[in-house]
Ligand binder design. Sequence first.
Ligand SMILES: *[C@@H]1O[C@H](CO)[C@@H](O)[C@H](O)[C@H]1NC(C)=O
Ligand SMILES: *[C@@H]1O[C@H](CO)[C@@H](O)[C@H](O)[C@H]1NC(C)=O
Ligand SMILES: *[C@@H]1O[C@H](CO)[C@@H](O)[C@H](O)[C@H]1NC(C)=O
Length: 290
Amino acid sequence: MRHNKSKATLLVIVMLAISSSCDSLPLERTIRDSLKGSKPYFTSPQKMSRRFIAEPAGKGVTARFHCHADGNPTPRINWLKNHQEMDASNIRIDKVRIKKWSLILEDLLPSDSGLYTCIVGNQYGSINATYELEVIARVIKIPRLQSGLPKNQTAYIGDSVTFRCQVQSRDSLAPHIQWLKHTSTSNNDVGDAFSLLQREWPKHPEWNCVAMTRNLFEKSPFICIAPETDIGQPPIDPEKLRLTNVTFEDAAEYTCLAGNAIGIARRSAWLTVKRPPGNILFTHPNFMKL
Ligand SMILES: *[C@@H]1O[C@H](CO)[C@@H](O)[C@H](O)[C@H]1NC(C)=O
Ligand SMILES: *[C@@H]1O[C@H](CO)[C@@H](O)[C@H](O)[C@H]1NC(C)=O
Ligand SMILES: *[C@@H]1O[C@H](CO)[C@@H](O)[C@H](O)[C@H]1NC(C)=O
């Protein structure tokens, strides 16, 4: 027994001697690695040379950090943000993907800025690399709408009317324009609804107008007017709202809403609908039939 134990000790000493003297010989390192395993090492240091990355914020803008590594046994990789484990408190889980040896952040926001560290380790040791990401916010302003538009209008039954609004300074981010028809005449209801919109809509770029009113209001104080989409017609100018063959039903307040990622602007006007004057009702053949 005693004899065996000292033999084992001797073997370990020999192996330690080999391991400390042969670091520069790849073949021996390979043999040694297969015998006793090895600490991880980065396999693509050239992909890791840029450690400071600056990107603009935006949808479709992506940052990738590479930590390709190997070792024996194959090491495990773990990522930290600002020296903390990554979880819902410090990253946007749905925008972060871990793809084997890379970390990918999508649709960058300024809050994604920080230090990202990969730690690659096995039982023989661990190595790490830290990247610094700075996401620069684009200067985006809330859209501005030309004052005085849209204008109040008065029309007779059967007329066509066009309301127009005008986005003043088009920033890099073109606002989405939506026309609304008010169904409530209570200024309080409408005011409250717009406050809620102002807060919530920019957070949900995926909502269209119908989804927005359905999600935000139990009883919406306005309805969304779908843009005209006649096939074969030139695309309708979103700054215009055209109402054809108006009836008393169309008499209402209309709002032009311009929204982008940070807020909304709105301006509204009234349509007043009148019965055609005088005896036209009695001379027009169509009306005579009534
Ligand atoms: C990263 O590696 C350095 C140098 O080996 C070490 O001092 C540091 O503690 C490591 N950091 C982490 C988070 O493992
Ligand atoms: C538009 O009509 C509304 C409702 O009749 C009225 O309160 C408002 O003052 C009018 N605006 C202008 C610019 O005439
Ligand atoms: C206008 O509306 C009336 C009543 O709904 C309808 O009878 C008429 O055909 C419409 N005219 C046009 C040009 O659409």
